[in-house]
Design a protein around this ligand. Structure first.
Ligand code: AKG
Ligand code: FE2
Length: 325
């Protein structure tokens, strides 16, 4: 595997600030256009809540495979992604909102005879805080795109967004001589994703030139990235970057990703004001669910691999202006 020894330095946004000055907004806009990733600080999620969720999730992931397979991918409930589907080192549990409690509890009920509701209650707290954070982040991103865009577009375009969580468990590689892929290259299909990663590291973003850059864990911050839906809606003023996870240490890695998405029947079309007079629209309008299905069908149940991205699905084809025959 090609190794990267370079870390990228990303903008750190203080999400508790009521007003952002123009220079912070322009620096954030630049980071979003170049990398599509940034950190947020003062986010209100305690490390205590995260650690408790990790420890309870660990009880779940430690169960025998046959037990976990009751949750998917071939059962009716479909909240579990086993090893070997995305990567031999990766398994995950999905918890959908807005009722994170009910969703987590229905998974726990299948696996455990007697289970307290602590796990589900914590995921409810985590999920609802993430939904609130996503709204704040989206409003700030709209301010980055244009002066009055928060007032103009938040209620009308983003009010019906919904979120789901994926708790990711990466097993330790047997040998550390070479790094292994914990999660292959992909883009997220969301508007925004918020990732809480532990201290192990290994998340990498692909630069525009195709170079893999490390995103080192940054104490006290959460990582935010732009997904495909927002890349299309913003006419690529915000970038949905390919990323992956590499494992280099003989240790388990753990992360929780929250995906904030448009509603299934939403027609995604960049508003004229967002496209701007001097630019051309680079995506055709499309229905959110059609894109999700396109990804699912093209990956044969696999993970979100690049190759069938939103650009392949809805990008306006550019024909050469002169064709030599
Ligand atoms: O585990 C991570 O740090 C990132 C996970 C990720 O990219 C995803 O779940 O889409
Ligand atoms: Fe991702």
């Amino acid at each position: 595997m090609s190794e990267s020894k370079t870390s990228v330095k990303l903008h750190i946004l203080d999400i508790s600030e009521p007003e952002l000055d123009p220079s912070s907004l322009s620096s954030l806009a630049e980071t979003c256009k170049t990398w599509g990733f940034f950190h947020i600080t003062n986010h209100g999620i305690s490390s205590d809540l995260y650690n408790k969720i990790c420890s309870l999730s660990n009880d779940l992931f430690s169960l025998p495979s046959e037990t976990k397979l009751k949750l998917g991918p071939f059962s009716s409930i479909k909240t579990y992604t086993p090893h070997f589907l995305a990567s031999p080192y990766f398994e995950s549990l999905r918890v959908s909102g807005p009722n994170f409690l009910a969703c987590a509890q229905s998974s726990a009920d299948v696996l455990f005879d007697k289970q307290s509701s602590l796990f589900s209650e914590m995921l409810q707290e985590y999920g609802s805080k993430m939904a609130e954070l996503s709204k704040k982040i989206m409003k700030i991103l709209l301010m980055c795109l244009g002066d009055d865009f928060k007032n103009k577009f938040f209620e009308s375009e983003f009010n019906n967004c919904h979120g789901y969580l994926r708790i990711n468990n990466y097993s330790a590689p047997e040998s550390i001589e070479d790094e292994v892929e914990g999660l292959g290259m992909h883009t997220d299909m969301s508007c925004v994703t918020i990732v809480y990663q532990d201290k192990i590291g290994g998340l990498q973003v692909r630069s525009k030139e195709g170079k893999w850059m490390d995103i080192s864990p940054c104490e006290g911050t959460l990582l935010v990235n732009i997904g495909d839906m927002l890349q299309a809606w913003s006419n690529e003023k915000l970038r949905s970057s390919a990323h992956r996870v590499v494992l280099r240490r003989p240790q388990n890695r753990f992360s929780i990703a929250f995906f904030w998405c448009f509603e299934d029947d939403k027609v995604i079309l960049a508003p004229n004001d967002v496209v701007g007079k001097e630019n051309k629209r680079i995506y055709n309008p499309f229905v959110c669910l059609d894109y999700l299905k396109f990804r699912e069908n093209n990956e044969k149940g696999k993970f979100e691999k690049v190759g069938f991205t939103v650009k392949d699905f809805a990008g306006v084809k550019v024909w050469p202006s002169t064709v030599s025959l």
